[in-house]
Write a protein that binds this ligand. Structure first.
Ligand code: C2O
Ligand code: CU
Length: 438
């Protein structure tokens, strides 16, 4: 199911050693036809998992593998997932990251449900109404459980535009594994995977970053198009000679190319995957480092249900301080929401139907991938400059050091939702807001 992968050697993060790696899953399943009920069982269980480094670790997994099984459904399908908890002594949930599910299905322990206790089960049901690349993960003690292996990919195939039967469609998940204490268990390793693809074949790569820190994915060797961001299609994406994409924690980017007669290389902060034309493992075309993608300028403008000049019913400003503070005795990111300072920040209160503007101001030196549950945000501007490309929809927006983003969303999914930093260590130290409906 999940292939071996590469290891970037990790690096010191928050004082702990980690080992990063990527995992590749080829797409199979979910044939066309009528909308169906797709049933899956995810069993949270301990299992020994072999990391890219070769190290065997005691992971927490869904169904004995990390990443968990890739769930593939077709747009319009009703997805029914039975979560079974066989972990010793720990509760677990499943959150459908990027899918705007009904609130009760959001899988946030302590907010939308209680954590599912050892021995217990819970059934999630939702309609997969948008096609795209998503992922799922436990949302109980997420900073520990996700890193330890409780996550996987969810792919929703478009209903009306079936991919060519022979197209190569792969999900490439980048993940840094760590155990409960965040202590490194592994060393380096790193090989380059080689995959053979017939010349002329369309290739789609679904890039997923399940880490909290941003990852840079680079594709060289073929003209590429970035076709989707956080599951939403880019409108008329232009062809780039190669691309470098900063994928924030929790975010997804889909890229496509047609297999040329020379190798194409995908790197994820280090060695990666070489796609070689079948029957030939020739040398890479000398590729220079491609330009970094700016999603605010990429693709072609198109109509959106609201825009920068719209009347906003609510406005919120989240300002992340330059300096860290302390929370519960631990260093914590400090921030204010409108005029209230962490930890005494109120909920973002909205009424159903409101058009809501949120401004994220990051004065800190760190990346903060802001993830809003249950809604998709349209990026209006980046650092004061309006977006000029395709409508840029996100569910997880990497707000880099010094950056300011204005985004907007329609409050059309009542419930109690999180809006939090997907650097899950930041979240564990208080970088969590809640969106509530009056
Ligand atoms: Cu991917 Cu609140 O989570
Ligand atoms: Cu953060």
């Amino acid at each position: 199911m999940s292939g071996g992968a590469v290891d970037d050697g990790g690096g010191a993060v928050a004082g702990h050693q980690h080992s990063g790696g990527i995992s590749v899953t080829e797409l199979t399943g979910a044939d066309g036809g009528e909308a169906a009920v797709r049933r899956f069982t995810l069993t949270a269980q301990e299992a020994t998992v072999r990391l890219d480094s070769g190290a065997q670790v005691a992971a927490w997994t869904f169904n004995g593998v990390a990443p968990g099984p890739q769930l593939v459904v077709r747009q319009g399908d009703l997805v029914e997932v039975t979560l079974v908890n066989r972990l010793p002594g720990a509760g677990v949930t499943v959150h459908w990251h990027g899918v705007d599910v009904p609130n009760a299905m959001d899988g946030v322990a302590g907010v939308t449900q209680d954590a599912v206790a050892p021995g217990a089960t819970f059934v999630y049901r939702f309609r997969a109404s948008r096609a795209g690349t998503y992922w799922y993960h436990s949302h109980e003690m997420a900073s520990v459980q996700v890193r330890r292996g409780l996550f996987g990919a969810l792919v929703v195939l478009p209903r009306d535009a079936p991919a060519r039967q022979d197209a190569v469609d792969e999900t490439v998940l980048r993940h840094t594994w760590g155990d409960e204490d965040g202590v490194a268990t592994l060393g380096l390793a790193a090989g380059v995977q080689r995959r053979s693809v017939p010349v002329g074949r369309p290739v789609r790569l679904r890039l997923v970053n399940s880490d909290g820190k941003p990852a840079t994915f680079t594709v060289t060797g073929a003209p590429v198009r970035v076709v989707a961001i956080d599951g939403t299609g880019v409108h008329e994406p232009g062809v780039l000679p190669g691309v470098r994409i900063l994928v924030g924690g929790g975010a997804r980017y889909d890229v496509e190319f047609t297999m040329p007669d020379a190798p194409v290389t995908l790197r994820a902060d280090g060695p990666g995957i070489v796609y070689s034309p079948s029957g030939d493992a020739g040398p890479d075309r000398a590729a220079k480092e491609p330009a970094l993608l700016d999603p605010a300028r990429y693709g072609t403008p198109a109509a959106t249900p609201f825009a920068a000049g719209s009347h906003f019913d609510r406005r919120f400003v989240l300002r992340i301080d330059e300096r860290l503070g302390f929370y519960d005795g631990r260093p914590a990111v400090r921030y204010t929401l409108n005029d209230a300072s962490f930890p005494d920040v109120p909920m973002l209160m909205v009424a159903g139907g409101d058009l809501v503007e949120v401004t994220y101001v990051n004065r800190s030196g760190q990346h903060h991938p802001m993830h809003l549950h249950g809604h998709h945000m349209l990026v209006l501007s980046r650092d004061g400059r309006a977006t000029t490309g395709s409508p840029w929809w996100v569910d997880t927006l990497d707000v880099g050091p010094g950056e300011t983003f204005r985004v907007a969303f329609r409050a059309d999914n009542p419930g109690l939702w999180m809006d939090h930093c997907h650097d899950l260590e930041h979240a564990a130290n208080g970088m969590i807001l809640h969106l509530g409906y009056t």
